[in-house]
Each structure stands twice: as structure tokens, then as C-alpha cells.
Ligand binder design. Sequence first.
Ligand code: URA
Length: 276
Amino acid sequence: MDGDLKKQSRAVLGSVRALLEELSEEGLERIAAPTDVADPPSPINLPAQPREAEERPPIADPAPPPSPAPVSTPGPQDLGLERSWGASPSLEEVREALGECTRCPLHEGRNKIVFGHGDPDADLMFIGEGPGENEDQQGLPFVGRAGELLTQMIEKGLGIPRSSTYICNIVKCRPPGNRDPLANEVSTCRPFLDGQIDAVKPKVIVTLGKPAASLLLGHDVAITRVRGQWHDYRGTPLMPTFHPAYVLRQYTEAVRRHVWNDLRAAFERSQQGSET
Ligand code: URA
């Protein structure tokens, strides 16, 4: 293979890898092998690939994964779960109501409940998916590698202390093997997430990754489509962005720029009307 061909092949492989990463972030679990294609196209005959992920046209939503996805889950009132707090609870009240929770099977494998952390009066609230191993050990959200990146984005990027924000997850116990939380686990934990939102009353919510965006927007979303756009969650402006773990996997300039723009927009909006 001459040098140019090698370079072209590497570029195509890089684009395919980026596309697969993105599809996987969207929930695609496998791609069916073509059955009646005579000759697969040679990579060098493929149409020119855009250089960066964000230049691609939006990707069609893949079919929903076979396991129940954490979307369109009923609200607490539909589940008959009583909220033991009013419209304006304190975080302590919500935490106390959660207790040493055994409401869903996730409690069986957890080490520590990861309720949430940060300023109870934060203007900016981040919502991830669920605790990983480090979080489960420490009882704190986003303290592993993805958490380090999130912290850097907040502190170096936005120039504010992480402790001035509030960070939590959809589910408060680590799903085994870091799998996605199941619909029943999400719906069981959801009243407590809503309680946290009602307690903190952030000016802006930032959802990190597809599951959190899908849950709060009430339908299965393609994160590449909804990120960077303003949405609303029960009257609070909501900005979905990529999950920091995805940014770590897909560490391209384009992905980092997207997240940076999303966080900047979220922060600026959270500060509107706050200047003295
Ligand atoms: N990923 C999440 O979604 N939440 C955490 O707390 C850590 C990693």
C-alpha cells in the first residue's frame, strides 16, 4: 500500500470508529450483517467522510434497545409512590425520605448510596446516569475519570468551583457492572431526583448523556440531536450535553467544543439576572 492509500484508509477507519462510538452512545448495540449485498463497497470508494463528527448530518435514531430503556417512565403520582415532602422540600428531607433504600434491586449490590453533592442553592445542576465504581465506594457523584473531566470543565472551563454547583444522578445506587439502569430502577428513583430538583431549584439543569436527557425530556432522544438546544423541564431551562465518559472515549476537538459551548450557554443562562 502506498503512503497516500494508507493515510486514506486510516482516515476512513477513524471516521467509521467515530460513527460507531456515536451510534453506541445513541444506544445502538449491534449492526446486522448485510444479507444480499453482492460486493461490499471498498472503503476508498465510499463518499468522502466529513472530518469531524459534528459535520455529519443527523443520524437516524437506532431502534430502541431490547432491554427496557429508562425513558417515558411514569411520574411518582402514576406509581402511587407517596412523596413525603411538599412542593419546596429541603435536600435533607428528600435524603431522609430516601433512607437506606431497598425499594429496587440495585440496593443489593451497592456499597454506598450516592445521593448527590454540592450547593443546595446552586444555580447550575448536573444530572448524570448512575454511580460507577468510584462513586459507589465514596458515596459521591462523579469522582472517577469522567468526574475528573466534569470537574475540570466546571472549574477550568467555567471558572467556578465545582462545589458551587449541584451534581447528582438519575439512580442513586450503582447498577451492577455499570450497566444502564432499568426502567423500574429509574422510575423507583425518579421521585427522589424530582425532589432534589424541587429542593435546589436550579436556574438551569444540564443533563449529561442520553439517558438523563431522555428521562427528563420524556422520550427516547438522540443526544446528537438534542444537545446544544434549550429544552424545559417542568419550568426549568434544560441543556442536554454529552456525558463526560463519552467525551473521554471520543476525545475529538469537535466533541470537546460542543460540550464547551453547551456548558458555557448553560452557565451564562444560569447567571442571567444574578448580576448585582
Ligand atoms: N457516570 C455517571 O453518570 N454518574 C456518576 O456519578 C459517575 C459516572
